[in-house]
Design a binder for this molecule. Structure first.
Ligand code: ASP
Length: 433
């Protein structure tokens, strides 16, 4: 396939052309045309992402939970696996939060631009602030009360109820697993197929991403720059810092958390680990999809890392659905960056809410391109930051998606190695190819 036919290149091209269009439109003066005829395509793209969020969570979580199956051995291994997955995810989010609070990429935006950004998203901020005021009046455990919906359809009719759907999906998954037998299998197959269809639809939506990104970038520049280009350039500088923050935090996570994990459990050296799974990491980077990479991850983890098939075939598929350290880390950085860009200071409670919601959001995200940014909606809504702020970071999302997917895949392999070592199911590494 020619390089320019690949989606990630097309998105990068869309991004650059969108920027150039926005700049040209501000300089030459066709801002009205851009706002009326280009911007709507960006809006439609974001709306499509929102549309698919709810079914995506339902399908991928039910399929993930039912894939756990119910034998004594699996439940022991399952408990261990999920515990390690959760711990690494919380570490990832913490590293992301520390990085974004120390580097403060959103703070470099001048006050004036922040005020304008706020005005752009004003309606949304107003709404959320009302919501926040309501939340402040309520008791500390109300959060858990809110997670349990009284009506499934009511919950599913509003994207801000995503946590309720996560709850229902887990409940449903456990129910199907307990039902077992022919009926259980039937239902589990239905959700697997439903999941496949949703992934296909996400794929279709992502095909329009180059156009969506073009329109969003052009509209962003026009909305912000107006007649003052220097403001737009400040914003781009802040976006650059945001990308550096995400990449730095991802690197720290791999080298601190994963390295300690597999060194302590298996004694493997960093070089051995990376050499064994390198093709899977590269595929994760170029496809932006941990699900698409799964077959290669399994092959490398079994044949090259020396993990027994029994462990790999359970830990890796579950990991591809629920373990996304790169995604959760990115969501933490993105949420705080958007808040900083809009001049909103987040409290400790809001930052802790990020830890909880980003963990759940990364569990709920499917291993497909762009799933992480869809689930970012959940995190933003939980901390009352305007969801429309996603437009700020969408333009650079694809490249970060590639990097976070690589980390997601690496994390699954590191945990598979750790579980195998603890179960006495680890052979010798094979680095011949
Ligand atoms: N693309 C990521 C994955 O497949 C999910 C995400 O968008 O963060 O792992």
């Amino acid at each position: 396939m020619k390089w320019y036919k690949k989606l990630h290149w097309q998105i990068i091209i869309g991004l650059v052309l969108g920027l150039l269009w926005g700049l040209a439109s501000a300089i030459i003066g066709f801002n009205d045309f851009t706002s009326e005829y280009v911007k709507p395509f960006g809006t439609i793209f974001i709306t499509l992402l929102k549309l698919i969020a709810m079914p995506l969570v339902l399908a991928s979580l039910v399929a993930g939970v039912t894939s756990l199956n119910d034998t004594a051995k699996l439940s022991r291994m399952g408990g261990k696996t999920i515990l390690i997955y959760m711990i690494t995810t919380v570490f990832a989010i913490t590293i992301g939060l520390v990085a974004v609070n120390v580097l403060q990429p959103g703070k470099s935006i001048p006050e004036e631009t922040k005020t304008e950004l706020q005005a752009t998203y004003q309606d949304n901020i107003g709404e959320k602030e009302q919501g926040a005021a309501l939340v402040r009046e309520r008791g500390p455990l109300e959060f858990f009360v809110d997670i349990v919906p009284s009506n499934f359809f009511e919950a599913a009719s509003d994207n801000s109820n995503m946590l309720q759907i996560v709850f229902v999906a887990i409940l449903l998954g456990i129910g199907i697993m307990k039902l077992g037998g022919k009926q259980g299998e039937l239902l589990s197959n239905v959700f697997d197929s439903f999941n496949d269809v949703i992934i296909l639809i996400v794929d279709m939506i992502m095909k329009t991403a180059p156009y969506g990104v073009f329109a969003l970038m052009a509209a962003l520049i026009v909305d912000l720059a107006g007649d003052d280009l220097s403001k737009a350039l400040e914003l781009l500088k802040a976006l650059g810092w945001y990308c550096i923050t995400v990449l730095l935090a991802l690197t720290l996570h791999v080298f601190i958390v994963y390295m300690s994990l597999f060194k302590v459990s298996s004694g493997y050296k960093l070089g051995t680990f990376f050499k064994a799974i390198r093709p899977a990491m590269l595929l994760g980077f170029s496809t932006s999809s941990s699900s698409a990479t799964l077959p290669v991850t399994m092959e490398r983890v079994e044949n090259n890392l020396g993990v027994d098939e029994e462990v790999a075939s359970f830990v890796l598929p579950v990991g591809a659905t629920i373990n996304m350290d790169g995604t959760s880390l990115y969501q933490a950085v993105a949420a705080v960056f958007i808040a900083q860009a809009l001049g909103m200071d987040l409290t400790i409670v809001q930052q802790l809410t990020i830890v909880l919601t980003a963990t759940l959001a990364s569990i709920g995200a499917a291993g497909v391109p762009g799933a992480g940014i869809v689930m970012l909606v959940v995190v933003l809504q939980a901390i009352n930051v305007p969801v429309a702020g996603i437009a700020l970071i969408l333009g650079v999302d694809r490249i970060l998606d590639m990097c976070r997917t690589m980390v997601n895949v690496t994390g699954d392999a590191a945990v598979a190695l750790t579980v195998a070592a603890s179960e006495g199911k680890l052979g010798e590494p094979n680095l011949d190819d």
